[in-house]
Write a protein of this length. Structure first.
Length: 255
């Protein structure tokens, strides 16, 4: 026997209507059923499940076998004509069909409102995410630029100190080279004088004495001074703490 086409949910109109609310006389999909039962006024509603629910077969009051005509607001349940008189005589009663239509409209509006709010929140989060990522890029750029600024200053200071050391080195080397040249000249002259004295051994005493006097004048004119202490250079490191480095940079804050 062929089955009737499966019904769809009367709330979202998209999911399969597999669940029938006995109190509201409506078909629900699984998600709409859960939302329906979470509603405070509908938490006690009962469902019949299955793909082949026959809505045309009206459910009857189990006690009186009567159709449900009214909705008891106080008890939150459909009632038949007899129940409305016997058990719910002093309760607030409304027409079951009108109440169902009203509940359906209210639920549809509530779902639509949640959909709208969810979309707005998603858009807001996406905008927040974009703005936050832009802030992160800007902060990283600022920190990098500040670091490069201090790097350039440090490199400039290093180059200045190295240049100063090299300039002093050239001056010291020039002075030492000049002194070396002077003392080499004295050394060569003294060697020549030693040679001359040896050659004068065969010269007559009178002539030798005259030559020795003249040579002594030349020797005495040389004023040999002690070489001063060598040039020196040193560098004493400064010990820096992390707080000194931190003080060069700005303050990073997170919210």
């Amino acid at each position: 026997m062929a089955q009737a086409p499966a019904s769809t949910s009367e709330i979202c109109t998209g999911g399969p209507g597999e669940h029938y609310c006995q109190q509201c006389d409506q078909l629900f999909c699984g998600s709409c059923k859960l939302s329906h039962l979470r509603t405070k006024s509908c938490k006690n509603h009962t469902f019949v499940s299955g793909r082949d629910i026959n809505q045309k077969k009206k459910l009857l009051c189990t006690e009186h076998k009567e159709c449900f005509l009214f909705y008891c607001q106080d008890c939150d349940t459909p009632v038949c004509k007899v129940c409305s008189v016997e058990k719910h005589s002093r309760h607030l009663m409304t027409d079951l069909t009108k109440t169902t239509v009203k509940r359906r409209s209210e639920l549809a509006k509530d779902i639509e409102l949640k959909i709208t709010t969810s979309r707005q929140n998603v858009n807001k989060i996406e905008n927040y995410t974009k703005a936050y990522r832009e802030e992160v890029k800007a902060v990283i750029k600022t920190i990098t630029e500040e670091g490069n600024y201090w790097k350039k200053l440090i490199d400039k200071k290093v180059d200045s100190l190295v240049e100063l050391v090299q300039d002093e080195e050239q001056k010291a080397l020039h002075n030492m080279s000049a002194l070396t040249k002077v003392y080499r000249g004295v050394f060569e002259n003294c060697q020549q004088w030693q040679k001359n004295i040896k050659e004068l051994e065969t010269v007559a005493d009178v002539l030798l004495l005259q030559k020795l006097k003249k040579l002594k004048v030349d020797v005495d004119n040389i004023d040999l001074k002690q070489v001063q202490e060598r040039s020196s250079v040193s560098y004493r490191n400064k010990k820096h703490s992390h707080t000194e480095i931190d003080s060069l940079f700005g303050e990073l804050q997170f919210r």
